[in-house]
Design a binder for this molecule. Structure first.
Ligand SMILES: [Zn+2]
Length: 263
């Protein structure tokens, strides 16, 4: 049973890596930077893309390429010659401090990185990513890699109970109950960052903001009332509530080319 759970999770983490590539989050010069990871449910062990592959690009990840480690960075299983990533401390500290988190993604998305350096808070200017942005998206004031216990711990405490944070002149981190949710969160975060940059470019530094009341009304409606619309009731509450589901399905279908990834 445990092997089956691990095998299924390996498929999902490899899929997440490939979605990060296909969606443009990890592409071009950022094709080989960043990782997707998942906690084996009920344990303190995680599956994550490592370092040391012949091809480091996320688009090439398959289930057997992933490494299994504990939260003290001990390798439990790994392909020959593959090490944990340089920024493993980012992951272990967040997993330790957030038992609710089942998936973490870190990457260097361009617009999120722009927003990390211009000293303007990310604000809600569109629907996509509204919920995670409304929680506040703090910026870690540290450009260097998250490779020590000090910076790993600082990242986890700055994140707190939120879903996303930015790393100054570096990238972004998103978390979720699952690796699917963490992956969709970084896609949504990058869309929101892109729209913020567009708003600043088109409207200037004083572009009219969407009020907190409007944002709250939208989020409350989307999360609590949309499924009550009589013509949507038959569609299913869970599908409407799980905002990440359709985005994951869309990208995983594209990445698989219509086929299911095998472990
Ligand atoms: Zn990084």
């Amino acid at each position: 049973m445990a092997k089956k759970v691990e095998a299924e999770l390996r498929e999902k983490v490899a899929m997440a890596c490939r979605i990060l590539a296909a969606s443009g989050i990890c592409s071009g010069v950022t094709a080989a930077v960043g990782h997707a990871s998942a906690r084996i449910p009920g344990t303190d062990t995680i599956l994550i893309k490592g370092r040391g592959y012949r091809n480091e690009a996320l688009e090439s990840m398959t289930p057997k390429d992933l490494i299994l480690i504990d939260l003290d960075c001990n390798i439990l299983s790994a392909p020959k010659g593959i090490a944990p990533p340089g920024e493993i401390k980012l992951y272990t500290h967040i997993y330790k401090s957030r038992p609710d988190v089942g998936g973490i993604v870190h990457a260097h998305p361009r617009f999120s990185t722009v927003m990390s350096v211009i000293n303007r808070p990310l604000t809600v200017v569109c629907h996509e990513g509204a919920y995670i942005t409304s929680q506040g998206v703090p910026v870690l004031d540290e450009m260097n890699l998250i490779s020590t216990d000090e910076t790993g711990s600082a990242t986890a405490s700055l994140l707190g109970g939120r879903s996303a944070l930015l790393l100054k002149a570096h990238g972004a981190v998103t978390v979720g109950k699952t690796v699917e949710q963490a992956t969709v969160n970084i896609i949504d975060l990058e869309e929101m960052a892109k729209m913020n940059v567009h708003c600043l470019a088109a409207g200037g530094p004083d572009f009219p903001m969407v009020s907190p009341e409007e944002v709250k009304a939208f989020i409350d409606f989307r999360r609590e009332k949309l499924h009550l619309l009589p013509w949507l009731k038959r569609y299913g509450f869970a599908q409407l509530l799980e905002e990440s589901a359709w985005t994951w399905k869309h990208w995983s279908h594209k990445v698989q080319g219509g086929k299911r990834l095998k472990a």
